[in-house]
Design a protein around this ligand. Structure first.
Ligand code: ACO
Length: 451
């Protein structure tokens, strides 16, 4: 029963919903979250009525109760454990926010220092993992390598393959947070034929990643504090976003009692798609294409309105007013380019597209605003991070959210395996035809939007 697993802050409404099917009516309880969000509890709907709720894309389906992140898409609100993203962006840093998301509150000074030490102590990969990097062709997409290597880590450290155990979880979480950077940087070095640079504990989390990416054996990369700050902010802003595609994937895999590393590796694959984390790469490709074509933006927008293209970095399933992360990133983008004394024609194009879109009824009517990916790529480009690494940066950032969501479901004794149902629309009972009697036919794609 959902009521028994309800966490503090969730109440049952005094009124309930009534569903009428033919002659029979069903009473469905209404649950209210701590911020007033309301959900109709259909846990027993199929047992009682033999009907299921159909919601392709899950736009109206709550898959869990969660205490981690709150979003109000209509008002453009995002809070981690109750704290507004704007406050965290201004006063906190990525590692502290990781602690907040995973353990439920901001760390004390001692806890912060402990976490920093733990992350530093696990930053090296098993030396033999280096040979696995060798096996990938230089042209591999880093997201494929990232997902494979996170999974491969379990082959080198058997304890990573264990299901959730509160006694070891903390150190495994730190190891994952730490090693994802090392894997990501090694992937980049390998793709460029550059020697691997090991992590150096003198650097903090984000600076150490930049060191592994850009230093040379004979010369450390010049660490510009503004660059470290901008990348740390990008990681922080991506740290969690409730039940998005990749986090829902992590939870789905974790619900089968798969281990932390396997669950997160699946999240990396889900994030890769251009409609999700892959959008930051797609945005830059789009801006570049407009730049090369010498378009002033209007031509591209026309194609978008004709349904030929999508304005990448625009629109969001949840935000229907503005994405608060996009505002913060846009400001950071201007600041960084200023400090580095760089100008970027792609930034000018992005701003022009935003201006055109925000005054065009196509976008206004559909409530399409810039999302987190619209400006983040321009910051990464200014830092010198190559395009194919953009989604990897997103994955490093999203790691705390995946870990927190893994913990929430894996530690819930009442959680059931996630197993949606479907409405079958295929052929009715059919019989086997012997091979000699079968006709030659084309395979046609039966998928359509009509369902
Ligand atoms: N450009 C043009 N039109 C768009 C866009 C866009 N970026 N996004 C949505 N629309 C239109 C759709 O064509 C549709 O129009 P219609 O009603 O005339 O058919 C309407 O707006 C609703 O769009 P949906 O696709 O139903 O919205 P959904 O909630 O399913 O998709 C998504 C959200 C995937 C983010 C979508 O807005 C999109 O593809 N955006 C571009 C990719 C992107 O930036 N993704 C990153 C999202 S943030 C993140 O994952 C970190």
């Amino acid at each position: 029963m959902i009521k028994e697993t309800v966490s503090s802050g969730t109440t049952k409404a005094s009124e309930s919903a009534r569903l009428q099917i033919g002659e029979r009516s069903y009473e469905l309880p209404i649950l209210i979250g701590s911020e007033g969000e309301r959900g109709i509890d259909i846990t027993n709907l199929r047992t009682e009525s033999s009907h299921i709720a159909l919601d392709p894309g899950y736009g109206n389906t709550g898959s869990c109760l969660s205490t981690i992140t709150f979003i109000d898409g209509e008002r453009g609100i995002l809070r981690y454990r109750g704290i507004p993203i704007e406050e965290l962006a201004e006063h906190s840093n990525f590692v502290e926010v990781a602690y907040l998301l995973i353990f439920g509150r901001l760390p004390s000074k001692r806890e912060s220092a402990e976490m920093t030490d733990e992350i530093a102590s696990c930053e090296l990969l098993h030396e033999d993992m280096k040979f696995h990097f060798e096996g990938f062709p230089a042209t591999s997409h880093p997201m494929a390598i990232l997902s494979s290597m996170i999974n491969a880590a379990g082959c080198f450290q058997r304890e990573l393959l264990e299901p959730y155990n509160p006694a070891t979880f903390r150190i495994l979480a730190s190891r994952l947070l730490s090693q994802v950077r090392t894997i990501a940087a090694f992937t980049y070095r390998k793709s460029r034929g550059l020697p691997i640079i090991y992590p150096n504990p003198i650097y903090k989390y984000t600076a150490n990643f930049l060191h592994m990416m850009f230093s040379m054996p004979h010369r450390d990369w010049e660490m510009h504090p503004e660059v470290v700050k901008a990348l740390d902010l990008i990681l922080l802003l991506h740290a969690d976003h409730e039940q998005n595609c990749s986090t829902a994937t992590v939870r789905m895999v974790a619900s089968s009692r798969a281990n932390l590393f396997a669950s997160v590796a699946a999240g990396v694959c889900a994030l890769w798609g251009p409609l999700h984390g892959g959008a930051n790469q797609a945005v830059l490709e789009m801006l570049n294409e407009i730049h090369v074509a010498g378009d002033n933006g209007l031509g591209f927008i026309k194609e978008v309105k004709n349904g030929k293209r999508r304005l990448m970095g625009f629109g969001h399933r949840v935000y229907k007013n503005h994405d608060p992360r996009a505002k913060i990133i846009k400001r950071q983008c201007d600041e960084l380019l200023n400090v580095l004394k760089k100008s970027d024609p792609l930034l000018d194009i992005a701003k022009r597209l935003e201006e055109i879109a925000l005054s065009d009824s196509y976008f206004i009517d559909r409530k399409l605003y810039p999302n987190v990916d619209f400006y983040s790529g321009i910051i990464m480009r200014a830092i010198g991070i190559p395009l194919e690494m953009f989604t990897v940066i997103f994955a490093i950032g999203r790691m705390p959210g995946w870990i927190a969501n893994y913990k929430e479901i894996a530690s819930d004794q009442c959680a059931r395996i996630a197993r949606p149902r479907q409405i079958y629309i295929g052929p009715k009972l059919n019989h086997f035809i012997p091979r000699s009697e079968r006709l030659e036919q084309e395979i046609t794609d039966s998928a359509s939007c009509s369902a």
